[in-house]
Design a protein around this ligand. Structure first.
Ligand code: ZN
Length: 188
């Protein structure tokens, strides 16, 4: 099982910002935590960036072309108008195949379970969804310009990580893992 994680924005592009908070940082921290959890379950995860550097959309896509990935998953946070938009949504390409939709639905359910408003699984022709070859998903993990969503993102961080990781583990067939809440050790 080989998956490419794509953390949106970075470097000179902070993504959406709100009260000093940058989307590029949120998605890097969250995505890397999910990657760590999956690696413990022996899923191989590549990443389009591992620090706060700029990577163009073309570079992200070209990275995906280099190997045959089982999934391409792009991490983002949403923004609209301060304190107006709320909730989580998962995007697949408009002609999404039979692999991306079930995973999108599972991840969306996991995000709703931790408390995000359900904006549903949606179709879009975003560049990274359109030009990648593997089944591709783009996650919008709450609105960064909504204080309640940010509170959820911070307080439920571990639950979000578990939810996304376990959704991936369920569809990829590797064993489910969880982290011991007291010692922090990964239990396979
Ligand atoms: Zn974004």
């Amino acid at each position: 099982m080989l998956i490419l994680f794509d953390y949106g924005h970075g470097g000179k592009d902070p993504g959406a910002t709100f009260k000093g908070r940058h989307e590029a940082d949120d998605v890097l921290v969250l995505g890397q935590a999910v990657a760590k959890r999956l690696r413990a379950a022996r899923v191989v995860i590549d990443e389009t960036r591992t620090s706060n550097v700029g990577v163009s959309l073309e570079q992200r896509v070209k990275m995906e072309w280099k190997k045959t990935y089982d999934f391409f998953i792009s991490f983002h946070r949403n923004a609209f108008k301060p304190e107006v938009g709320t909730g989580a949504e998962v995007y697949v390409y408009k002609t999404a195949n039979s692999k991306s939709k079930p995973l999108a639905a599972k991840i969306q359910r996991a995000l709703v379970r931790v408390g995000f408003r359900d904006r549903g699984v949606k179709e879009a022709d975003f560049y990274v969804l359109k030009h990648t070859r593997a089944p591709a998903l783009l996650l919008e993990i709450g609105f960064i310009d909504n204080s309640a969503d940010n509170k959820l993102f911070d307080l439920q961080f571990e639950a979000i990580v578990d939810g996304i990781a376990n959704a991936i583990i369920e569809v990829t067939g590797v064993e489910k893992v969880s982290k011991c809440s007291t010692c922090g050790q990964v239990i396979v």
